[in-house]
Design a protein around this ligand. Structure first.
Ligand code: MLC
Ligand code: AMP
Length: 473
């Protein structure tokens, strides 16, 4: 039976649902469970309210309203700008101005100057919309660069569809799975993979609010997503970790999974985790396959449609011999369409022959398996799976009157991978560390706050006066 054109959210096909393809538990979040028909009816009602907008901002709390707002926009073909719910003033102002969002859809921060369009949980509409142009921008996701304010990554519907289909194939992900995760709904991992993935594949999803070991063990899913910090917290609780042995696949990504965590998780659950590698700009390009070898420290092979290569600093090829290290470049149908309003930054990321420079340093072996060795820039920090630009935090700190000089780095951390540490030269009179941390939290998202402030008399500089961050530890 054919139900019309392929839809991005294939499981929310109105004709199929009317013909009986409903399930009672399509999405569980925020202590509520929505059937496919509830979700379709309520989200279509959202679509009717915003269909004439181009772009709307969604405060991406893990709630039913957020799910309905996102799905409603995808039905109507309106671009979604997900906003971290704990964004500080400077970040919020930047995202709204840069994205040109015309309204808030659903929840909104206090005192906002934009109109607010409410999301009604109990409204229903059965209007049908034509599938929007696959080339249109579905999301503008804000992500950090090494310097300056976050950049808006434009992801098209076609890229998302290709990225999700490639993962479904690599992981044998079908409607028979139940996905469990508790990741934020404003990044590729939690939002695109963790919410749109299930709605495309047709598998129920349970969002646990926070990704705690307790909630993961209690959820009883078949497929679990987590950042390495989540898995390292899971293995700290062996009884709960063992519960996850009943699942089909435990997937780790967004940051390097430490080998000891990989090994302990394997020991406790009886199955090795599947590692995959991606970026906001590229979605997921590399992954271990469900039926493939799972090797600690390695992130697998290119998913369908992806090609990779290594280049040295001069742009010359680096051999794929399992040892030589080079800058990782990728191509594929799931890549973004550029940074909004930043043609300069977009151009800088692409080679003349059309490959995307990931900024990661990697090794590729003769069988096409990849190991991520690190990042090219010390100024991009990964903490708890969040990407944080040192420059953005330095700017926030320099805005405090007591800060004369500052250098922000990511130092190794057993729980978070890296933790944000700010080395500060204070002005006369000094300042309290807690006050500086709170000051950053007022400007940017809570997860970008330094965990630690270290006061120093001077920053190490080279003869040119440039701060030598490698000496800060
Ligand atoms: C945190 N806290 C602080 C602080 N930082 N307090 C003072 N100063 C600071 N600097 C507080 C928190 O607010 C919290 O308080 C408490 O300390 C515990 O914080 P935590 O240890 O950080 O735990 P938690 O908040 O639970 O965060 C850990 C985490 C989170 C793993 C849940 O980092 C997370 O959700 N990460 C996922 C990131 C992600 O999805 N990335 C994907 C990017 S897409 P309280 O009071 O609130 O308890 C991508 C592409 C790809 O990368 O490949 O996927
Ligand atoms: P983000 O833009 O938040 O998606 O962050 C992307 C970055 O996360 C990549 O450039 C990598 O540095 C890192 N990353 C994602 N997945 C992995 C992984 N499996 N192993 C190592 N690093 C990863």
């Amino acid at each position: 039976m054919s139900y019309g054109p392929p839809l991005l959210l294939a499981s929310l096909n109105p004709a199929a649902i009317a013909a009986g393809a409903d399930i009672p538990d399509a999405v569980t979040i925020d202590d509520a469970t929505l059937s496919r028909s509830d979700l379709l009816g309520a989200a279509t009602s959202v679509a009717e309210r915003i269909a004439r907008a181009d772009r709307v901002a969604v405060l991406a709390e893990p709630t039913v309203r957020t799910v309905l707002a996102v799905v409603g926009c995808l039905i109507a073909g309106v671009t979604v700008v997900p906003v971290p719910p704990d964004s500080g003033a400077a970040e919020l102002e930047h995202i709204l101005r840069d994205s040109g969002a015309q309204a808030w859809l659903g929840a909104a921060p206090d005192g906002t100057g934009l109109p607010v369009v409410p999301v009604r949980l109990h409204a229903r509409s059965w209007h049908t919309y034509p599938e929007p142009d696959p080339a249109s921008t579905a999301f503008i996701l804000y992500t950090s660069g090494t310097t300056g304010a976050p950049k808006g990554v434009m992801l098209s519907r076609a890229a998302i569809a290709a990225g999700l289909d490639a993962l479904a194939e690599a992981w044998d992900w079908t409607w028979k799975d139940t996905l469990v995760h508790g990741l934020p709904l404003f990044h590729v991992h939690g939002l695109i993979l963790g919410l749109l993935g299930p709605l495309r594949v047709g598998s129920p999803v349970i969002h646990t609010g926070k990704p705690t070991p307790e909630a993961y063990a209690a959820a009883g899913g078949t497929l679990y997503f987590g950042v390495p910090t989540v898995w390292s917290r899971v293995v700290e609780k062996p009884e709960l970790a063992r519960e996850l042995g009943k699942a089909r696949l435990l997937v780790s990504g967004s940051a390097p999974l430490p080998v000891p965590v990989f090994e302990r998780l394997t020991e406790l659950t009886g199955q090795a985790p599947v590692e995959r590698y991606g970026m906001s700009e590229t979605m997921i390009t590399l992954s271990t396959r469900a039926d493939g070898e799972r090797r600690p420290g390695w992130v697998g092979t290119p998913v369908r449609g992806v090609r990779t290569r290594l280049r040295d600093e001069a742009g010359e090829p680096v051999p794929h011999d399992g040892e030589s290290i080079g800058g990782l470049q990728v191509r594929g149908p799931m890549l973004f369409d550029g940074y909004l309003n930043r043609p300069d930054a977009t151009a800088a990321d692409w080679t003349d022959d059309g490959w995307f420079r990931t900024g990661d340093v990697a090794v590729i072996d003769a069988d096409g398996r990849h190991r991520i060795v690190g990042r090219e820039s010390i100024d991009l920090i990964k903490s708890g799976g969040y990407r944080i630009g040192a420059g953005e935090i330095e700017t926030a700190l320099l805005g405090h009157p007591a800060v004369a000089e500052v250098a922000v780095v990511g130092l190794p951390d057993d729980d978070l991978g890296q933790r944000i540490v700010a080395f500060v030269v204070a002005r006369d009179g000094g300042v309290d560390a807690a006050e500086l941390i709170a000051h950053v939290g007022e400007q940017v998202s809570a997860h970008k706050r330094p965990r630690e402030i270290r006061f120093v008399d001077a920053l190490p500089r080279n003869a040119m006066g440039k701060v030598q961050k490698k000496l800060l530890s």
